[in-house]
Design a protein around this ligand. Structure first.
Ligand code: SF4
Ligand code: SF4
Length: 307
């Protein structure tokens, strides 16, 4: 067993990326040569030196280009909608939670997707440090899979520990006044330039016509002023309530360094507290936003009703 990464300060528990990559290629080649799937979506090296980019392998020969390493931070779920046939995907645990979510929301047929599920102890972002979204990760093993690829390259997940959470956002929100929380939120979104990359990267943002692109009502302007930023981020947060799978893809692509984890950790905590529900765990459960109960309370988050 190799010894390539010890990101999580857990002696003796390591992730062997080389062995995992070898297994991914073997599985992909088998799936393609047996015509079990039409395409395998995974990662390939970026020839000009960036983080690995998506690969859509349609033959065993192309599957030889699949790579897997600590820089594979992208969530590949947004690419599913490009394909009609049988698709296989290389999926980290957070990516598998977005697949569960897509199945639960009738966006994906389970029988049309083959999941090469990777045990993952965290990935590095574009700056080469542990991705913010990985801090306090809720599970290092896939929520759903067809072909398991354990941290040591075997078929039995070995129980890689999650990187510990060092964030204090939720504590801050729990302990602060409404005004402090609102100011904290406004300071964060002040950095936003309304490029909408976060929406593009998000596996939950699959509407063909996003509210910010609709011209008919013309109620959302593109000017980068605070009101438009509040409208975008709070509307998006409401749309993702009970659906965000904490994959961190939105924050990883943000060119302005907006801590979207700050917003989504809070709304995920809110949904867990209010509805005892976490997205992407069980495709048979209706999402929190699709279940109404007379006991549901009117309450706010990130500064409450007054924001
Ligand atoms: S809001 Fe961000 S963390 Fe949540 S599912 Fe979308 S991309 Fe992932
Ligand atoms: S990716 Fe960042 S800058 Fe772009 S809209 Fe999202 S939060 Fe704003």
């Amino acid at each position: 067993m190799g010894d390539k990464l010890k990101q999580n300060d857990s002696p003796g528990v390591v992730q062997d990326f080389e062995e995992q990559e070898r297994c991914i290629r073997l599985i992909a080649k088998e799936l393609l040569s047996s015509d079990t799937v039409d395409v395998v979506i995974g990662f390939q090296e970026d020839d000009i030196g960036g983080s690995p980019i998506p690969l859509f392998a349609r033959s065993p020969e192309q599957a030889e280009k699949l790579v897997w390493n600590e820089n594979c931070w992208r969530n590949l779920a947004p690419y599913f909608k490009r394909f009609d046939g049988k698709v296989a995907v290389v999926a980290k645990p957070c990516d598998t939670r977005s697949i569960v979510n897509l199945i639960a929301e009738n966006q994906l047929e389970r029988e049309n997707i083959t999941i090469i599920g990777i045990e993952c102890g965290g990935v590095l972002n574009r700056d080469g440090v542990l991705a913010h979204g990985c801090l306090g990760c809720t599970s290092t093993v896939p929520a759903i899979w067809d072909y398991p690829v354990a941290a040591d390259g075997g078929k039995e997940f070995i129980g890689l520990p999650s990187p510990p959470s060092t964030d204090t956002f939720v504590d801050f929100n729990a302990d602060s006044s409404r005004e402090d929380r609102r100011n904290r939120f406004l300071r964060e979104i002040d950095k936003c330039i309304l490029c909408y990359s976060c929406r593009q990267a998000c596996p939950g943002c699959y509407c063909e016509s996003c509210f910010v692109d609709r011209k008919m009502t013309n109620w959302h302007q593109r000017d980068v002023d605070t009101g438009n930023k509040i409208a975008f981020h709070l509307t998006r947060a409401m749309h993702l309530a009970g659906r965000c799978v904490t994959c961190g893809a939105c924050e990883n692509v943000c060119p302005s360094g907006v801590s979207l984890k700050y917003i989504y950790d809070e709304i995920n905590r809110f949904i867990e507290d209010q509805y005892d529900f976490r997205a992407g765990i069980n495709a048979d459960l209706p999402s929190a936003m699709n279940s109404f109960d007379q006991t549901d309370r009117d309450t706010g988050f990130l500064g409450g009703e007054g924001i």
